[in-house]
Write a protein that binds this ligand. Sequence first.
Ligand code: ZN
Length: 122
Amino acid sequence: MSSPRPGTPGATRECPHCRERILESAVVCPACKHHLRFDADVATPSASGHTPLRIEGSFRNPADGNAWEYSVVVAIRNDRGEEIARKLIGVGALNPDEQRSFSLMVEMAPGRGKGAGKSGVR
Ligand SMILES: [Zn+2]
């Protein structure tokens, strides 16, 4: 799958702080939350963006049960149902009477310029 050219919607770069692959247009790294740009016109990074999907949930293991192991996986599909990304976010164990909370956020903001065309990435 090809990557969008620099300057087009969906173009990516590496966060200098945490090395995650992030959007070129990002003002704040969504992974490590470090500020990346200090442009005067992006003083309010969330002004033009929003979070159309946010799911949160938590699980508590009963005090009288066994430990449970978990894997947190996120997948992204395009409009043809094909998986274009899949990532294991984290693994761990829940001991009896322990709790974990999980949050999934999809943040969206208008891209700059026209679409990248037939890139295969949607
Ligand atoms: Zn980062």
